[in-house]
Design a protein around this ligand. Sequence first.
Ligand SMILES: Cc1ncc(COP(=O)(O)O)c(C=O)c1O
Length: 367
Amino acid sequence: MKISFLDLKKQINGFDKKIFNSIKKNIINSAFVGGKDLIDFQKKFSKYLNVKFCLGVANGTDALEIAIRSLSLKKNSEVIVPANTWISTAEAVINNNLNVKFVDIDETHNICIKDLKKKISKKTSAIIIVHLFGNPANINQIKKLSKNKSIKLIEDCAQSHGSEYNKKKTGTFGDISTFSFFPSKNLGCFGDGGCIVTNKKSLFLKAKKIANHGGLKKNNHLIVGRNSRLDNIQAGILNIKLNYLDKWINLREKQAKFYRYNLNGVGDIRFVKQIENSKSSNHLFVIKTSKRNELKEYLLRNGISTAIHYPSPLPELPVFRKKHKSYGIKMNATRWKNSIISLPIGEHMDTLKLKKVCLCIKSFFDA
Ligand SMILES: Cc1ncc(COP(=O)(O)O)c(C=O)c1O
């Protein structure tokens, strides 16, 4: 039995006809850009999160870039970004002509509060909180530290659709938040997609203007904007998939519990910590072991695919190395880069497969 890391075809088993019909409907109606499905999705996703405004855009990277620009941050200021995240989080800062300051991660693999205290300075204009792996970051502590300092908070929820902290969804705590609907995400479309959400009307309108060639009405361009749209076909797919998101998250929670129960105490395995009163969407299930490379190879030889998120912390990447490596080298994010491994999780997994992964890991450490 081969176990893939991901199998997106499996996710739509049982409702694939609904998806095909939605695509067909939009082709027949020539409803490609803008349209009812987009309007419905924006409303439906706002309601799901309990947030006032949602703007569909072309992908999660655009969402970050546009969200940052909408905040009109001070020229030459610094935006704090966790050292372990997907590159988009930092790219979006640079593409806004702002400076990145990397902050370390702790056992939650999210922003380390202790390091954040050291990194916040007069130059800080915003913090991007990434809920990595779907695991909510310590939002309360971050809010406390940024309070009264006019520091803006951006939540990068590309991996945390449906995650909660104190029974509130991630994406509803900051000034403005962003989502990716990349196909492999817990809520993914069949191509690229993303959105920006906020409770602030002024930010919503600014973001909308930026994403729509600088205007809110056709042929009335007020600023230099760009073109970033979530198309109607993708929105139609997301409308259908959103109905299943909570079911998928519950399934992932059960799978994560299975892993934690069965791998507890095996070899030197350590789990990612969750903060109290938080619910992870378990977008990724990551463990740490000093024998990561050997384990990865062993699992592959036994037909089990795994992944690494991410092989290099951002300060070590060639693009950032020159400026950031000196302080990045002392980080947990750097120490752990050779220990982290993501195990298969999601709708394509069943108990038999989970058991096989756990047995295989145990036999690796017993050998
Ligand atoms: C944390 C994080 N931020 C941003 C993005 C960017 O999203 P997209 O690929 O839709 O541009 C991703 C995508 O993987 C991500 O994981």
